[in-house]
Design a binder for this molecule. Structure first.
Ligand SMILES: Nc1ncnc2c1ncn2[C@@H]1O[C@H](COP(=O)(O)OP(=O)(O)OP(=O)(O)O)[C@@H](O)[C@H]1O
Length: 242
């Protein structure tokens, strides 16, 4: 049986009188790529914000690794525990090289800082994985939008995350870049890692997701394979059919 990486239990988030997350429960296992989809305002980003410690819920729990309560811990503590996120908008350091970015990602990921050979090894591996090895010495400011997205995924990856969250990783990418990002996400799958992806591009979701959770008005509307999601009348009604 797969072990649960994240257990969300009875989660509610309110912004004033607006219920962004409404008694939501879901479980994400190690080894899976889980897509979270749904219409604008469904609560997808808010869910990631709770898991990353940015937003405090009114009610509910989030257990990491079967035992550790996340709610109430700081963003830094959650990141140190191995729960990492790539935000929607790329925000690279224009004047630093690709290699320097990955090194920063690797070093902040470890409680005890890596020695130089270990750091170099890790940076080299990540550069290969995100296919930016030939750009290692280029300045981040000179990269295309797609390459910046992969660089940021590389920075997060360098910390060896147990939970990797990607918020709209293919927004604004070309078809070819989207295809490459799909291969990359599949390559990041590991038995000891859970990958959570929020995305509106359904063809991309179909390519990467083992399971899909459809959110609507802060609740789970449907959960299952993309085939079953596409065939569900309620999902078509509130989201896919528009
Ligand atoms: N800090 C906040 N204060 C007030 N309202 C907020 C806040 N953050 C989010 N909301 C509202 O909560 C609702 C859920 O937002 P959320 O960003 O989680 O949706 P989403 O599913 O990620 O949508 P999208 O696909 O548009 O990114 C939205 O109506 C949003 O306007």
């Amino acid at each position: 049986m797969a072990m649960t990486a994240l257990l969300v239990d009875g989660l509610s988030v309110r912004f004033g009188s607006f219920q962004a997350i409404d008694d939501l429960s879901l479980a994400i296992d190690y080894g899976e790529v889980r897509a979270v989809i749904g219409p604008n305002g469904a609560g997808k980003t808010t869910l990631l914000d709770v898991i990353s410690g940015i937003t405090r819920p009114k009610q509910g729990r989030v257990l990491f690794d079967g035992a550790h309560e996340i709610v109430g811990r700081s963003e830094a503590a959650i990141a140190r525990a191995g729960i990492r996120r790539k935000f929607q908008k790329p925000s690279v350091f224009e004047g630093l090289s690709v290699r320097q970015h990955i090194a920063i990602g690797a070093d902040v990921g470890f409680r005890s800082r890596l020695d130089t050979p270990a750091l170099e090894d890790r940076v080299g591996e990540v550069l290969e994985t995100v296919r930016l090895a030939d750009k290692a010495d280029a300045l981040a400011g000179a990269l295309s939008h797609g390459q910046k997205q992969w660089l940021e995924i590389g920075m997060v990856l360098a910390s060896e995350p147990k939970v990797l969250m990607l918020d709209e990783p293919v927004a604004g990418l070309t078809d070819e870049e989207t295809e490459r990002t799909a291969s990359l996400v599949r390559a990041l799958k590991r038995p000891d890692r859970a990958i959570v992806v929020v995305e509106h591009d359904m063809d991309f979701v179909e390519r990467i997701a083992d399971r899909v959770t459809v959110l609507h008005e802060g609740r789970t509307l449907f959960e299952g394979s993309m085939d079953r999601v596409r065939a569900d009348p309620a999902v078509v009604e509130v989201y896919l059919g528009r």
